[in-house]
Ligand binder design. Structure first.
Ligand code: ATP
Ligand code: MG
Length: 574
């Protein structure tokens, strides 16, 4: 139950709506029990009166008015209760989703790299939905039920103490045992159901996302089968769930029936020590109606297992500490954007060897450094450390003389422009895809930058309004890369990190981009990862990385004269 605590705390903010919902639920309940009880008494009393002298004096009007009042009150109350409590729970869910999202965002990529996207999505949707059950199915019915039992017991006991205590005792016994019984019965199935639902979504999304590839390799039926299997399991859980629900209701009716027999037997000799009169009918109807109190509780507790599993799945995310934490206050620095790695080591996994091994690298402000190295040697990782995508386990990185860990997030983002190795195109217009790098840019600026990177073709109708991403215009690899470059140039930060920006471009376009870079490099500190040995003489230094270690560092000229690894590389590729 402790797993639910973080969520119960959020309830505080909506206490008014939630309490009002319960008050309305209680009023509705009284109206509906009152309706049946009063009608029972009224019909039999009227019948008795008609057969006796009381025919003349019997007041038909007052009870009739109450019957009407209760009937209308019940309808209005139920409507009001639904409106109020749904409103409150939807607001609660909104808060909960935002709360979850705020906790989730800083955990990416470090903490959640072990969780599949589909699973995260499932947590964000289904598991959070399960949290409103806590109020609607558990807390509210239990509180309303308890108050209802007290009220009804008092009412019946007022007429006949023995009857009141008997009925109240049975109801209380049910209220205490039914939840425990059905929680225990439904627990395992509920847990499986939550897990199987997540699994079902994961397999379905896997199939959907990889559909093209799966079809091409003929593996589609196998993945399709995985969805069917997952669905089969989920259906089985739902089937069992429905059975427990039915069982709970059925048993409740049975107990209701026997309680009715008992109450009629007790009341048969007269209520409150009097001769048998219409009050006997009133007691019978009160008993029948009283079980309405227990209806919402009957099957609800079999869902507790599901809810607890969902809470646990959410807690796995919200209770983890982000690996990378940014200070809120910006750091004061010189404004000279130098970069220093001192004795930096990094590994993705404690089990695996270091990806970067005791790196020492100093880049003065406004210097341009090319980073070369074989695939997998750790070049992209080095760059990701600079953006604090990850933090190194050992050593320190300083930017403008200040440790990277002292930079606030927005300050760091403003200081660095990145063209990453894999450019992500977001679902949105071409304009949206560029504005993310510079929100205040106008259309003329966007058009000009697109022309500079050679993407004039994208400016044809509908131009900047063209929809990119899922379901929109698809871009070629080279076009995506140049969108990435356009973003970095728009962002125009004093430090520029480029991860193979010209990879996959033809020679002519590459040359166009390199010329563009030359203009933009002026006055900036540049880190340029490349496999292509062109224009490297224009760089201030060249840094050669092999298996996570810097093996050579110096200008094109020095390294060529040294006739070391760099020299060999230029010779083999020339
Ligand atoms: P390339 O030239 O192919 O882009 P790279 O020099 O940029 O290579 P990195 O991407 O830095 O290489 O990767 C260095 C090593 O770290 C590789 O062996 C890679 O498999 C591993 N690696 C990269 N990202 C992760 C990750 N998120 N988790 C675990 N290992 C990773
Ligand atoms: Mg790389």
């Amino acid at each position: 139950m402790r797993d639910l605590l973080p969520y119960l705390k959020l309830y505080k903010k909506h206490w008014f709506g939630l309490t009002l919902g319960m008050v309305l639920a209680l009023l509705t309940l009284f109206a509906s029990i009152g309706l049946l009880t009063l009608s029972g008494w009224f019909l039999s009393a009227a019948a008795v009166a008609a057969l006796s002298v009381a025919r003349e004096t019997f007041n038909y009007m007052l009870p009739g008015a109450f019957v009407r009042g209760f009937a209308m009150g019940r309808t209005a109350g139920r409507w009001g209760e639904r409106v109020v409590s749904h409103n409150a729970t939807f607001k609660l869910l909104t808060d909960l989703r935002i709360f979850f999202f705020q906790k989730l965002a800083p955990l990416i990529p470090g903490r959640v790299s072990g969780i599949r996207d589909a699973d995260l999505l499932n947590r964000l949707i289904a598991d959070i939905d399960a949290m409103d059950h806590v109020y609607l199915r558990l807390i509210s019915p239990i509180i309303v039920g308890t108050l209802g039992i007290i009220g009804l017991t008092g009412f019946v006991a007022w007429f006949d103490l023995k009857l009141g205590l008997t009925l109240g005792g049975i109801l209380l016994f049910m209220l205490l045992t039914w939840p425990v019984l059905f929680y225990k019965l439904g627990k395992n199935n509920g847990r499986e159901l939550t897990q199987n639902r997540a699994h079902f979504r994961i397999t379905a999304l896997d199939w959907l996302q990889g559909h093209t590839e799966l079809t091409l390799f003929g593996a589609e039926p196998k993945y399709r089968q995985a969805i069917d299997d997952a669905q089969e399991k989920l259906l089985k859980n739902q089937y069992i769930n429905a059975h427990f629900g039915g069982l709970a209701q059925g048993l409740l009716m049975l107990v209701n029936g026997w309680t009715l027999v008992l109450v009629m037997w007790l009341a048969a000799d007269g209520v409150g020590g009097q001769q048998p009169d219409p009050f006997v009918a009133m007691m019978a109807f009160a008993t029948m109606a009283s079980f309405e109190l227990l209806m919402p509780i009957a099957g609800a507790f079999q869902y507790l297992g599901q809810t607890l599993t969902s809470a646990r799945r959410l807690n796995e995310v919200i209770l983890s500490e982000p690996e990378v934490q940014f200070p809120t206050e910006p750091v004061a620095h010189s404004g000279e954007y130098s970069i220093e790695f001192s004795d930096v080591s990094f590994r993705y996994d404690t089990q695996q060897p270091a990806v970067l091994d005791h790196i020492d690298l100093t880049i003065a402000a406004q210097q341009k450094v090319a980073i070369l190295g074989q695939t997998g040697s750790g070049k992209s990782t080095l760059m990701q450390l600079l953006t604090r995508y990850w933090d190194p386990q050992h050593g320190e990185i300083r930017l403008a003389g200040k440790p990277l860990t002292q930079w606030s997030e927005s300050q760091l983002r403003q200081a660095i422009s990145v063209v990453s190795q894999r450019v992500d195109i977001l679902n949105g217009t071409l304009r949206d895809n560029l504005l993310m790098a510079k929100p205040q840019a106008n259309d003329a600026e966007l058009t000009s930058i697109l022309t500079q990177v050679g993407l004039e073709k994208l400016l044809e109708q509908p131009g900047l309004d063209a929809w990119l991403g899922d379901g929109g215009r698809q871009l070629s690899g080279g076009e995506k890369r140049r969108i990435g470059i356009a973003r970095a140039l728009l962002h125009n930060a004093p430090i520029l990190l480029l991860d193979e920006p010209t990879e996959g471009l033809d020679k002519q376009t590459e040359q166009q981009i390199m010329t563009l870079f030359e203009q933009h490099f002026v006055g900036k500190t540049v880190l340029f990862i490349t496999h292509r040995l062109v224009n490297l003489e224009q760089m201030d230094s060249i840094c050669l990385i092999e298996q996570g270690e810097i093996v050579e560092f110096g200008s094109h000229q020095t390294l060529t004269e040294q006739q070391g690894r760099y020299y060999q590389l230029t010779q083999t590729l020339a």
